[in-house]
Design a protein around this ligand. Structure first.
Ligand code: CTP
Ligand code: ZN
Length: 152
């Protein structure tokens, strides 16, 4: 079983493996984490079979250990993601991602008239509901629900 996984994306010596990303959100996760501007060695695989999620993606970032608040940003699109911290080829820690109570500058407010959609103001959304996700805008107080959540 694990042989199949190892063949898909090779093991890393040090760093972070982000597993169980829904395949359709791989590139959003890359953008949220700023990996498109990261000079570390990064490997990824997508449309890998997963018994739980249908198709999943995996990202391996060598020599990178994310801070919790940094990694929690991906909960917006990949709540089921699992992190594996790798040191000297061994998995030394497994972590889940957690939905934070406030998100700043990652997602858009749904209200087209909101100041954040019309001026250079960073969005600030407060969590009001976890399942499905719903956020209230700090500025206009309008609610943005999960299906309208747009990553900036
Ligand atoms: N991994 C890696 N490099 C290593 C060790 C592990 O890239 N040196 C990856 C594995 O390929 C796997 C993930 O880290 O995708 C977790 O490794 P492991 O816990 O050994 O795998 P599983 O037991 O399959 O974990 P889980 O059931 O939590 O997915
Ligand atoms: Zn707003």
């Amino acid at each position: 079983m694990s042989t199949k996984k190892e063949l898909s994306v090779s093991a890393i010596q040090e760093g972070t493996v982000i597993d169980h990303i829904p395949a359709e959100y791989l590139f959003k996760v890359i953008r949220i984490l700023g990996l498109d501007n990261c000079s570390n060695l990064i490997t990824f695989g997508t449309n890998l079979g997963s018994s739980k999620f249908g198709k999943k993606a995996i990202i391996k970032v060598a020599d990178k250990f994310f801070k919790d608040d940094e990694i929690n940003k991906i909960a917006l699109v990949a709540k089921e993601a699992r992190l594996n911290i790798i040191k000297d080829y061994e998995v030394v820690e497994k972590k889940l991602v957690h939905i934070e109570s406030e998100i700043i500058g990652i997602a858009r407010c749904f209200n087209p008239k909101c100041i954040t959609n019309n001026q250079e103001v960073t969005t600030r959304l407060l969590l009001v509901e976890k399942e499905p996700l719903a956020y209230k805008c700090h500025y206009c107080e309008k609610i943005t629900t999960e299906e309208h959540l747009e990553i900036i």
